[in-house]
Design a protein around this ligand. Structure first.
Ligand SMILES: *Cc1c(COP(=O)(O)O)cnc(C)c1O
Length: 494
């Protein structure tokens, strides 16, 4: 299986090379040249496997240079219960009502769906380094606005031949998110806050990446810089697994018969999650519609509805902050797959760079509509959805509520009653204040006490990784000016 760049389809890289490189030199994203079909009888076979076995089986279809044994080793460690995930199912599917099920992707160590990929990427990356003959230690640099930093720290902690350093904006993350990061355990990790906002931290990291002098100095000391960003193929592939796994579980429970089509409704930001669902469909998974759900930052809703992508619009801070995004990087992979033309993609991306907008061809839009539906939901609707479903017995976080709200509107206007899986991306305990507001509790306890307050109010237990935060020692209290970030890196790698 070879990989091309969405901006240069003549390129042919191995999976290991694509994972090590992250982003193509031409700015494009690595994408498989072709999609492996699920072998005959694969779904029946997968039904009787554990989640780690399913993951090894599915990833093997894309990773020729890895042995099945090797991949099994990775998935057994990355998705281990109870060390990493709080349920053997890893990604359980729970019924919400007659024709809706929820795929819970937040049972991992940081309680957000980023764990599904970031528990796997470190293994894939360090094995890829060996396969490509890279003997240096890889240092992952991350600038985070919250979820990704913690999930990357937890994924890379104590992984051989890797180090990880996370920068977060000093006053730009929630108290719980900050505590999650500064108490991080592991011998190869570092965390530092930056005086400034998320953009300052991200710009600082990008500068370090493009600084040849720093790269050379680090290379002499045996280090190599890389990123854990969602454009890396090694972050998309592990996400294909849970779409197929959810389908198998629905068959196993008799909710559907083998071959029957289902919809997935996905709360979307950078388009990485829903794209993995599309890849599963390309492999032959019986998927009817993929419903792309956005919050008030509804640039994708407009794009799917009209074919025009336009980031020139106000930016809103919402109660689903992980979807507050106006440039959806992974959409580029879909544009390539639908158009089959690297030249067309280059034109769209050039236009996006220069004017902040582009309009796709009528043919591309028509193909897009064969699979994708869309919708958006504002904070008030989200609160209503959380309240309504809590009263009926299910507690969901604001990101999941965006998806459920969009699904309800979609059903109303389309009459489509196909069994639909709502993809749930975070534990409600990661967003206590918004969830408490939504269920009518507007006075919130300070700091980590809010976790206990929410547990009492809802009768649900806080996930262990969050509940144990209060007793953890702060290991990292470093603060840096943005211009001093390179020194922090040098000091970290001394
Ligand atoms: C990152 C994130 C999303 C958005 O996922 P994309 O792959 O960027 O579309 C949705 N919900 C939560 C909780 C997230 O952390």
């Amino acid at each position: 299986m070879k990989y091309l760049s969405t901006r240069d389809a003549s390129l042919r890289l191995s999976a290991a090379e694509a994972i090590v490189m992250g982003l193509a030199r031409d700015g494009g994203l690595y994408t498989p040249v072709e999609f492996p079909a699920l072998p005959q009888g694969a779904l029946e076979e997968l039904m009787n496997m554990s989640y780690p076995e399913r993951a090894a089986y599915i990833m093997k279809l894309y990773l020729d240079e890895f042995t099945e044994e090797e991949l099994k080793g990775f998935t057994e460690k990355g998705y281990a219960c109870p060390e990493k995930f709080d349920t053997d199912a890893v990604a359980p599917v729970v019924p919400l009502n007659e024709n809706t099920s929820v795929l819970e992707l937040w049972h991992g160590p940081t309680c957000a769906f980023k764990d599904m990929a970031l528990q796997m990427l470190p293994y894939l990356l360090s094995a890829s380094l060996k396969k490509t003959g890279e003997d240096k230690t890889v240092c992952i640099l991350v600038a985070t606005s919250g979820d990704t930093g913690k999930a990357a720290l937890e994924g890379f902690r104590d992984v051989e031949q890797t180090k990880i350093l996370v920068f977060f904006p000093k006053d730009g993350v929630s108290e719980i998110q900050q505590l999650q990061m500064v108490t991080q355990e592991g011998d190869n990790v570092g965390v530092c806050s930056v005086i400034g906002n998320f953009d300052d931290a991200q710009t600082g990291v990008k500068k370090i990446f493009s600084d040849e002098a720093i790269r050379e100095a680090l290379a002499e000391k045996g280090y190599f810089l890389s990123s854990a960003n969602s454009i890396n193929w090694g972050r998309i592939l592990p996400q294909v697994v849970y779409y197929i796994s959810a389908y198998c579980d629905l068959c196993k429970e008799g909710k559907i018969t083998l071959g029957e089509k289902v919809n997935f409704c996905v709360p979307t930001g950078n388009f990485g999650n829903i794209l993995a669902g599309y890849f599963a469909k390309l492999m032959g998974l019986p998927v009817a519609k993929l419903i792309c759900a956005s919050n008030a930052n509804n640039v994708l809703t407009d794009f799917i509805a009209t074919g025009t992508y336009d980031r020139n619009r106000p930016f809103y801070n919402t109660t689903s902050p992980s979807m507050d995004i106006l440039i959806s990087s992974n959409l580029e992979r879909l544009l390539y797959l639908l158009s089959g033309s690297d030249e067309e993609v280059r034109c769209y991306m050039q236009s996006l760079n220069e004017t902040g907008r582009y309009t796709v061809s009528a043919e591309l839009l028509e193909k897009l509509h064969e699979t994708f539906e869309c919708g958006c939901c504002d904070d008030e609707q989200v609160a209503g959805i959380i309240g309504k479903h809590f009263a009926a017995g299910y507690l969901m976080d604001p990101h999941t509520a965006v998806a459920e709200g969009v699904l309800e509107s979609y059903r109303e206007k389309s009459g489509d009653e196909t069994l639909t899986v709502v993809v749930s991306t975070a534990s409600p305990f990661k967003f206590c204040t918004s969830v408490l507001d939504a269920i009518g509790i507007t006075e919130h306890k300070p700091g980590t006490e809010v976790l206990e307050q929410m547990a009492q109010a809802t009768g649900c237990a806080a996930p262990r990784p969050l509940a144990t935060l209060a007793g953890k020692a702060v290991r990292f209290d470093g603060v840096t000016e943005k211009q001093d970030m390179p020194q922090v890196v040098t000091e970290f790698l001394k």
